[in-house]
Design a protein around this ligand. Structure first.
Ligand SMILES: NC(=O)c1ccc[n+]([C@@H]2O[C@H](COP(=O)([O-])OP(=O)(O)OC[C@H]3O[C@@H](n4cnc5c(N)ncnc54)[C@H](O)[C@@H]3O)[C@@H](O)[C@H]2O)c1
Length: 493
């Protein structure tokens, strides 16, 4: 780790933003209509990327037939390959500055930052009338998902969450098979991922490190609470830290549960519960188990949609195999798998909706009711950006669906983080609140797990937070209080 400290590093170390602005871009305050309208149909879409060192670079390469006009990253060393690949694009540290300076020079934004900043960047862009492609998970909280759903509807921009399986054959097949009655009524689903493959279950570093010259830590932290920099947080490992990521479930469920949400026409869950290996205050647990219950829905196609329990496992745990599971066959296909238990058959499908098959061996031949995407997931979004709101064919993971779906995903995080209330939690989806957390309940979590051999004796010592009001704790997880200077646009009525 480079411990050299430059001016920026020093300023950040002392808690002062060297480059950061403390306000949102001017343009974000006005509500403007989608701008693509004044561009000719044959024109290239002018795209800016925020968070381009990892997945963002791959997404931008899939968009390179368009014009990549601006790039923003808080880590100019990690983003260098992308910066070099698009030499004509203007380079920025702070997306607010980019939006301010280039507001009239781009049509669309690609967001692939750490999870906790997806919402503020995308919401600001939408209020400026920009189309948005946002990596999964769409947001860090339920409230942020609801906000993006409503803003996208209000501003009539083209939107896409980056769960690319949505544009593949498998997700469509699963929906068509289920809704053609091929497996009967589904009351239980079991799903899992083999993640995390990044560190989780860690004690919070007790010592900060000097912020290297190539990183703007203040801008990385953004709306979250400030903490001393440590290289364990970024790049990539943010996934395992609650302030920035959503653990294994948040990382993978947008891929793995998408055929479940779509195939079963799910909406808001009504009951949730979770458990895990040691739950720490800052770092997501090594392994988790979650159950989300969805109420009965309207009949879809040929099949009734009764109440259904969706079970989730991660950290190496898997559901038990059904009786007729072929011995020796791995349930894990490219990062996870799903078992749909129907009254007539069991359907297994891999991550991204890949390789669906029925355990009976029967090959369904259901009518193809879903639109197939011949372009890539990214280019299907570009197509939609160039259509007018009135004639737009929605991309396969537009926010009217991705928003509620992501609420389901981050509800899994809530279930795990509220597990010590020791009950099934009842969720009022419309009003975004738990209805059975009482005023007098408190909750505390483990700050650090201390284990030492002292004089030859194993010694256990956990440090706990003080008890806090459980209702307030839950409310903060549902809708974060942003750090001073960072603000989401208002929720449309
Ligand atoms: N769809 C997929 O298959 C897929 C695959 C990988 C990652 N992802 C998603 O993409 C997102 C990024 O993941 P990753 O693996 O690329 O992580 P990463 O840490 O490798 O890359 C994130 C990049 O964003 C930058 N960044 C962070 N905060 C920023 C900010 N506020 N402004 C500008 N730049 C910022 C980082 O410096 C880094 O370059 C995550 O939400 C992740 O879930 C999706």
């Amino acid at each position: 780790m480079n411990s050299k400290i430059g001016r920026r590093g020093f300023l950040q170390k002392s808690g002062v933003a060297a480059v950061g602005l403390s306000v949102l871009p001017k343009a974000a305050f006005g509500s403007q209509p989608a701008r693509a309208a004044n561009r000719a149909p044959g024109d290239k879409l002018r795209i800016v990327g925020v968070g381009v060192g990892g997945r963002g670079f791959a997404v931008l390469k899939n968009l390179e037939s368009q014009e990549i006009v601006g790039l923003c990253d808080v880590d100019h060393r990690y983003a260098k390959s992308c910066f070099d690949y698009f030499p004509k694009a203007k380079k920025y540290w702070d997306w607010r500055k980019m939006f301010d300076e280039m507001g009239d020079q781009f049509d669309a934004v690609m967001v692939a930052t750490a999870d906790h900043t997806h919402a503020i960047i995308a919401a600001t862009a939408i209020t400026m009338g920009k189309h948005v492609y946002v990596e999964k998970p769409l947001t860090h909280t339920v409230y942020e998902s609801r906000l993006l759903t409503k803003l996208a509807e209000k501003h009539q921009v083209a939107t896409q969450m980056g769960n690319q399986g949505a544009s593949e054959e498998g997700v469509s097949l699963v929906k068509e098979w289920i809704q053609n009655g091929e497996i009967g009524e589904v009351t239980r689903v079991e799903a899992f991922t083999d993640r995390p493959i990044w560190p989780q279950g860690l004690n919070t570093p007790t010592q900060g490190q000097w912020v290297p010259d190539y990183l703007n830590w203040d801008l990385f932290v953004g709306p979250a609470k400030m903490r001393p920099f440590n290289e364990i947080y970024t790049p990539w490992n943010f996934r395992g830290w609650w302030d920035y990521g959503t653990g294994a479930l948040g990382d993978m469920a947008c891929h793995i549960l998408h055929p479940v949400f779509k195939g079963l026409n799910l909406g808001y869950p009504t009951k949730v519960q979770g458990s895990s290996t040691l739950l720490l205050n800052d770092s997501a647990p090594v392994a988790q188990k979650v159950q989300l219950t969805f109420p009965k829905r309207a009949k879809a196609g040929k099949v009734n949609m009764p109440e259904v329990d969706v079970h989730w496992y991660d950290g190496g745990l898997q559901p038990l195999k059904p009786d007729n599971w072929p011995a020796g066959k791995d349930m894990n296909v490219q990062g996870g798998g799903v078992l749909f238990y129907g009254t007539k058959d069991i359907l297994h499908v891999g991550c991204y909706g890949r390789e669906p098959w029925l355990l009976s061996g029967r090959k369904p031949n259901a009518p193809k009711t879903e639109r197939r995407v011949s372009l890539s997931h990214e280019m299907d979004w570009v197509r939609a950006c160039k259509e007018t709101p009135a004639n737009r064919v929605q991309p396969t993971s537009a926010f009217h669906e991705a928003g509620p779906f992501n609420e389901m995903v981050v509800m899994g995080v809530l279930a795990v983080r509220l597990q010590s209330l020791n009950k099934e939690l009842h969720w009022d989806g419309v009003n975004m609140r738990f209805t059975n957390i009482n005023d007098d309940e408190t909750i505390r979590t483990v700050v650090a797990d201390g284990f030492e051999i002292k004089d030859g004796h194993p010694t256990f010592a956990k440090t706990w937070t003080d008890p806090v009001k459980a209702k307030d704790f839950a409310a903060e997880l549902i809708n974060h209080t942003y750090r001073n200077g960072w603000k989401l646009p208002e929720m449309p009525k």
